[in-house]
Structures are given as C-alpha cells and as structure tokens.
Design a protein around this ligand. Structure first.
Ligand code: NAP
Length: 333
C-alpha cells in the first residue's frame, strides 16, 4: 500500500512517499481502508523525534494520527463492526499510521463516523475532539454556568473546544488573532482576546478552567485568571508526575517530568489553583458520544484546507507554519 514513512527522525526531508506492507490484523482489530486523514502538530513532533522517550516507535514508521474510512475486514474477536461500516478514529498512540491506504485499529478505539459528515470532515475530528472532551469533560468537569478560557481558539483543538464548552453551558473566552474574532464568536466564544494586542490576564478573572495549548509564558500567566480552586489543563506541556505514573515511564523519565513541571505546579499551589498535564488517548466510546453531538448540530468541523494524498508533505508543511485555522485534511481515497 502507499504510505508516508520516516526511516529516521528529522525535519521535513525525512518524510518519504513509499510502499509499505498492509497492516496485520489482530483478533480485536478492524482493517480500515482510509478515505481521509488529518494532520496534527503531533505528527510533526513525532517526525522530529520529540516523542521518542515517551513513544519509542520502531522505524520505519508510517505517520498520521487521525482517519476516516470504511471497514474492509474484521478480526475474529470483533463484535461491534462489520465490513462496509463507515468509521472514524484516532488510533492508539503506539499503532499510528493514517497517512496510508489501510490501517488496523483496535475495535475499542473506533467509532461509526458521524452520519452528517463527509469522510474529509470526519477525519478532521478524532484527535482534537477527544482532546477537547478529555480536557473539558473528563479532567476539567466543566459545568453549566462556569467560565473557561481556551487558548488558540482558531487552532484544531480550539475550534472544537469552544463549541464543546458552549454546548456544556459555559462562558467561553478565547485568545486569537483579531481577524478571526467573528468566526470564533460564531462557534460560540463569548469573549475573543487579540493575543497580539491585548493581555488576557488583564481582561479575565475568576475563571474556573483554562485549556492551555501554548505552554511557557502563556501557561504561567493563565494561573492568574483562575478563581481559587480553579484548574489549568496543559496540552502543550510540561508533563507532570501523574502523567508519568499513568504512562508507567521509567524512574529517570518520571524524574525528568517531575522536574519539568515543578515550577508551574509550585506556582499553581501558591496561587490556590492547580496545574495538570493531559495527553489525549484513543477512545471509541468517547468518539461515539462526540458523533452524537456532531449529528445533533452541537459541534461542526472547521477545515482550513484539503490536500490530495500526493501532497501530504505540503499538508504537513502548512500545519508547521502554525497559522492554520481549524484542521488540515489529506484526502486519501
Ligand atoms: N497533549 C495532547 O494530548 C495534545 C492534543 C492535541 C494538541 N496538542 C498540542 O496543542 C497545541 C495546539 O494544537 P492544535 O492542533 O490546536 O494546533 P494548530 O491547529 O496548529 O494551531 C494553530 C493555531 O494556533 C493559533 N495560535 C498560535 N499561537 C497562538 C497564541 N500565542 N495565542 C493564540 N493563538 C495562537 C494560530 O492562530 P493565528 O494564526 O491567529 O496566530 C493558529 O490558528 C500543539 O502544540 C499540539 O501539539 C496536544
């Protein structure tokens, strides 16, 4: 099958188009013919080797963390899917590879594609929607009437998180370039702060939750907009000890993670708030719930550009500019 592969970690030139063997099917796997994939900054970080301590992939590796397609074969133990089903998924993080014609995915990580979306639209959703869900619903326990700040509202995660937070009944503030304010208000943002001109920390106070995708100075400053007991959930790092424990990393890596987040955790504690890191995980069950919200019209995908399969490297380069609005999709079929 055709696929986009890396043989070593590095910058854009390490990604090559090539031929790979069709994935082997385990008993609880579903083989999917991929119709569309979408690009995430995670693909670039994996390509660069930034995740090699956490996810020690065997090279050569097929890139890609999001897909929509059609089931072509099911393993002997698969119960919920049949050949011909239209599905979408973020595969488990140790078995990625959606920039390809086929992928084998665990049944429990897969869900039926939202009925109201095309393949390209569906492929744009899994990783960012699961991230938003796990940050706002699972970890953040965001409730009606609460206030949430979502950084980078125009990003892949931001565009979905704003809609989900609005659906949950929260007041939503977001940071973005001024030119995108109208689009973000349409998605459900109540307050849009131009991060190039204004200081969000001077405008917002008594927030219950911050979803931070920027890290660094933005993360530190985010502590000051929270009310006592408020939470910052960071998806750009630094990783924290709970995450190290959950991943079962070795003692040295756990120590590094503890040290990397020591400063922000101490500052948060001193301010009477909390910091925690989230690394999203695959979940077919959550994708089923997300599909219901999509089909009910509560959440819609925001797509910046669709690239043909032959231009997957251009799609990666476009996301690498850091300026895309919503998602960048690769049409595979
Ligand atoms: N831990 C996890 O599980 C997890 C999951 C998903 C994503 N992430 C991480 O979260 C980050 C965001 O992911 P994404 O998919 O949303 O990225 P993305 O779609 O590539 O984000 C691009 C957007 O970010 C905006 N932006 C850039 N700098 C900004 C700033 N300082 N303030 C406000 N907006 C800014 C840009 O808007 P302008 O063009 O207007 O600047 C652009 O629209 C990435 O680092 C990604 O790796 C982590």
């Amino acid at each position: 099958m055709k696929a986009y592969i890396i043989d070593r970690y590095g910058k854009a030139d390490v990604v090559r188009a090539g031929e790979a063997a069709q994935p082997e099917l385990r008993a609880d796997d579903v083989l999917v013919r991929i119709h569309a994939a979408s690009v995430n900054p995670l693909d670039l970080k994996i390509r660069d080797g930034e995740f090699k301590l956490l996810l020690p992939y065997r090279l050569p590796l097929i890139l890609g963390n999001d897909m929509a397609g059609v089931v072509v074969r099911v393993g002997a133990a698969v119960r919920r899917f049949n050949v011909g089903d239209e599905v979408y998924a973020r595969p488990d993080d140790d078995r990625i590879g959606t920039f390809a014609e086929f992928i084998a995915i665990k049944e429990e990580s897969l869900a039926l594609k939202p009925r109201t979306l095309t393949m390209e639209q569906a492929a744009a959703m899994p990783l960012v929607a699961l991230t938003a869900w796990q940050a706002l619903v699972e970890k953040g326990q965001l409730k009606q009437g609460q206030k949430v700040l979502i950084h980078a509202g125009t990003g892949g995660v931001g565009t979905v998180a704003i809609q989900l937070a609005r659906h949950l009944g929260a007041t939503v503030a977001t940071t973005a370039s001024a030119a995108n304010a109208a689009m973000l208000k349409q998605l459900g943002a109540d307050i849009v702060i131009d991060y190039k001109q204004d200081d969000f920390a001077l405008r917002l106070r008594d927030y219950d939750l911050v979803l931070d995708s920027q890290g660094g100075a933005t993360l530190k400053k985010s502590l000051s907009v929270l009310k006592p007991g408020g939470k910052v959930i960071g998806i750009a790092g630094p990783p924290d000890p709970d995450f190290a424990k959950a991943r079962g990393v070795n003692a040295l890596v756990a120590l590094v993670m503890r040290m990397l987040s020591y400063g922000i955790r101490s500052k948060a504690r001193a301010a009477g708030v909390s910091y925690s890191f989230l690394y999203m995980r695959a979940s077919g069950e959550q994708l089923r719930q997300i599909a219901e919200l999509i089909d009910a019209g509560a959440i819609r995908p925001v797509i910046d550009r669709v690239f043909p399969f032959e231009q997957a490297r251009e799609a990666l380069a476009y996301v690498e500019t850091g300026r895309s609005k919503g998602k960048v999709v690769i049409k595979v079929g």
